[in-house]
Design a protein around this ligand. Structure first.
Ligand SMILES: Nc1nc2c(ncn2[C@@H]2O[C@H](COP(=O)(O)OP(=O)(O)OP(=O)(O)O)[C@@H](O)[C@H]2O)c(=O)[nH]1
Ligand SMILES: [Mg+2]
Length: 476
């Protein structure tokens, strides 16, 4: 027969042992008293923070700074995803056109290169009197000619409609090409694009938005969106065939073009299968991987729905990071609470798109120095994200050695942890040398395309910013 208890098991567990001595009893009571006091202190702290949060009327201002393509806008998306899920769910759909455009632009880059290769072969054929097979192109005189066949001609022909889809998408987004002029004035091969106003393109692309100016426009927008999906779906097999083709890969290799490492790259089979469909709906992962250059300073107000900062309003400023954009940052320094500075450490062997003479890591160091030594920012907290650690890891594993670009690195181990620590130390020293106010050096190793890991980092960062802000405002 089972045993029945008419006493609460918890009470029973907490009850003093029946053979308790006087001395043990005194110690137990003392411990219980201590635990009670700690618990009351915690309650009081929670009560104070709650009251402070309610008093905190002013939004917490955070600036996202760093060079272009450092991950500022991607970090902003992570904030929205983690803390304003409802607002994010509405916004996600607007990114569909950006992702489709990212995918198509890489196809068009390949088609353009293919056209160049084909025209070389044709011009060499026509300049030759004989009926021999085409000769190697001038660029590839040392390597055998690319074996371009009827298959490539057909792929080029069948994928041609994507050019006009690209134009349509750019028009719908209000996007313009970003030519990324080089120091010499020459245009970069890898054109990027941007939109002028953050609010307009999003509202115009949310097909379920109530803000559509008229039924006619909404139908027009939906028709265009459906048409893009139709064309993409009909091209999906050819897109995959293009990317999987050995000759195309050889062509890219000869030109030292690693498209798969470019931002907004969606030509892998697993991506094309999802995105080039009639009813594609963006996943969070696609949105954080997409690329849309920021122009100027864009303000994003976020009402935190969850976490310890729930109920507070934050104003996040996402800025354009290329050199010509940086002068626009300064007016925002005055009353900002915190800066999240992003330095993409995978770029230690890359040059700035806008000035090919400047190493990207060196540019980040210079910017960091400017931020640390700026007197207007003396009251702001500064948090450093050493970003793109996933790409750094890939790069190191592919055999790229840090010491070849950074001689001072010496014979240290060429692995992610050692390299990241080395770069972190360098940023720390710069902060120490250019100190204007005593503040802790807060650094995080990040890959902000990893939304789960970034949510954890933002949890820590957000809590620190909030606490310091409340303390500084004498609310705690
Ligand atoms: N693999 C990887 N990609 C990243 C990471 N952070 C950002 N990216 C990608 O890099 C590209 C550029 O990121 P953005 O956030 O747009 O860069 P940004 O700093 O806002 O650039 P600007 O607007 O030009 O100043 C996007 O396609 C991102 O998906 C990262 O940690 N890892
Ligand atoms: Mg940006």
């Amino acid at each position: 027969m089972g045993l029945t208890l008419d006493v609460d098991p918890l009470t029973l567990a907490l009850a003093p042992p029946p053979d308790e001595t006087e001395e043990q009893r005194e110690q137990r009571l003392e411990e219980e008293e201590h635990a009670r006091r700690v618990s009351e202190e915690i309650d009081e702290q929670i009560r104070k923070e709650g009251a402070a949060l309610r008093k905190q009327k002013k939004p917490i201002k955070v600036l996202l700074l760093g060079q272009s393509e450092s991950g500022k806008s991607t970090t902003l998306k992570n904030f929205q995803l983690a803390y304003a899920a409802q607002a994010w769910a509405k916004e996600r759909l607007a990114w569909k056109a950006v992702i489709q455009l990212n995918l198509i632009r890489h196809v068009v880059i390949i088609l353009d290169l293919l056209t160049q290769e084909m025209s070389k072969v044709t011009s060499e054929e026509s300049s030759s009197d004989s009926d021999e097979p085409s000769r190697p192109s001038r660029q590839a005189t040392s390597s055998p000619p690319l074996r371009l066949t009827e298959k490539h001609r057909l792929l080029k022909l069948r994928l041609a409609p994507l050019r006009s889809v690209r134009e349509d998408l750019q028009a719908r987004l209000g996007a313009s090409d970003w030519p990324a002029p080089r120091a010499s004035g020459e245009k970069s091969k890898m054109q990027d694009f941007f939109v002028r106003s953050n609010a307009t393109w999003k509202s115009s692309l949310r097909s379920n938005s109530a803000k559509w100016p008229s039924d006619h426009n909404r139908r027009k927008g939906q028709d265009e969106s459906n048409e893009t999906g139709e064309v993409l779906a009909s091209c999906a097999e050819d897109i995959k065939a293009l990317w999987a083709d050995d000759v195309i890969q050889e062509m890219l290799k000869r030109r030292r073009l690693r498209l798969d490492l470019q931002p907004g790259f969606f030509l892998h089979e697993r991506d094309v299968d999802r995105i080039a469909t009639r009813d594609y709906s963006p996943a969070d992962e696609d949105v954080v991987r997409s690329r849309l250059r920021t122009l100027g300073v864009q303000e994003h107000r976020i009402h935190f729905e969850t976490g310890s900062a729930a109920g507070t309003d934050w104003c996040l400023y996402d800025v354009g990071g290329s050199r010509t954009q940086r002068a626009a940052w300064f007016p925002y320094f005055d009353d900002c609470s915190a800066i999240i500075f992003l330095a993409p450490i995978s770029c230690f062997d890359e040059k700035l798109a806008e000035d090919r003479r400047v190493n990207r890591l060196e540019d980040s160091y210079q910017l960091w120095k400017m931020i640390c030594s700026n007197k207007l920012l003396s009251k702001a907290q500064i948090i450093l994200f050493l970003n793109k650690c996933d790409l750094l890891d890939k790069k190191l594993k592919s055999g790229v050695r840090v010491r070849d670009c950074v001689p001072s690195y010496g014979d240290r181990k060429n692995d992610l942890q050692t390299v990241a620590q080395y770069f972190a130390q360098h940023f720390k020293e710069i902060a120490k040398q250019h100190v204007v106010t005593a503040r802790p050096f807060r650094v995080h190793l990040t890959s902000v395309v990893d939304t789960q890991a970034t949510a954890l980092t933002l949890g820590i960062v957000g809590e620190n910013i909030l606490r310091t802000q409340l303390r500084d405002a004498d609310l705690l």
